[in-house]
Write a protein that binds this ligand. Structure first.
Ligand SMILES: [Zn+2]
Length: 194
């Protein structure tokens, strides 16, 4: 247990008042419990710092914004590529109609052209939406996997540090035990000599 009246979180974050900092430093030099607490907080901060700020994939956001922006489709349908696309489609339709209904009139009614245009628009929108949904799903999966990996790695790092600290404590204890042993033997010998 570290000393409860000392704010080591602020200390680790570099937020302790300048006037208190020197006192905290000298306390740290003297108090093993507080040193351990500061090391633990430092490891947690390092692990948190290793986690990157997640943001949505920029390219995907850009593409979807453009597609779902109101008026995008109306602008597309009035643009030059659409005119070329529509005339090619109409030519193909005309050839087809001609092949199946030889004597019948070839020119499609204005209403029919409107309907096919709306159908194509709906179909393209549907496919784009499906494609975007799939891309989004893949991106989300990738983000989730990466975050999980980072959290696992950070946890492993903290665990390793903790183990290292425990080992150091154990070594110190062993040294202390040996010293006590020497002291005990020495005092026993001294006692025995008397
Ligand atoms: Zn302390």
């Amino acid at each position: 247990m570290s000393c409860p009246n000392l704010d080591w979180k602020a200390y680790v974050l570099g937020e302790s008042p300048t006037a208190e900092r020197a006192a905290l430093d000298s306390h740290l030099a003297a108090c093993a419990a507080c040193r351990e607490e500061v090391a633990r907080l430092g490891a947690v901060m390092a692990a948190l710092g290793a986690l990157p700020q997640e943001e949505p994939p920029r390219r995907l956001a850009f593409v979807s914004d453009k597609i779902f922006e109101p008026g995008f489709w109306s602008r597309f349908w009035n643009s030059a590529p659409r005119v070329a696309f529509a005339s090619a489609a109409m030519l193909a339709a005309a050839i087809l109609v001609h092949a199946f209904t030889r004597p019948a009139p070839v020119a499609p009614a204005p209403g029919a052209a409107q309907i096919s245009e709306a159908r194509i628009e709906a179909e393209v929108a549907r496919r784009l939406e499906a494609l975007l949904e799939e891309k989004l799903r893949q991106a989300e999966e990738r983000q989730a996997r990466r975050t999980a990996q980072l959290v696992t790695a950070a946890a492993a790092r903290i665990e390793r540090r903790y183990q290292a600290q425990l080992l150091a404590v154990e070594e110190n204890l062993n040294v202390l035990r040996k010293r006590w042993g020497v002291l005990y033997t020495a005092s026993a010998e001294l006692g025995g000599a008397r």
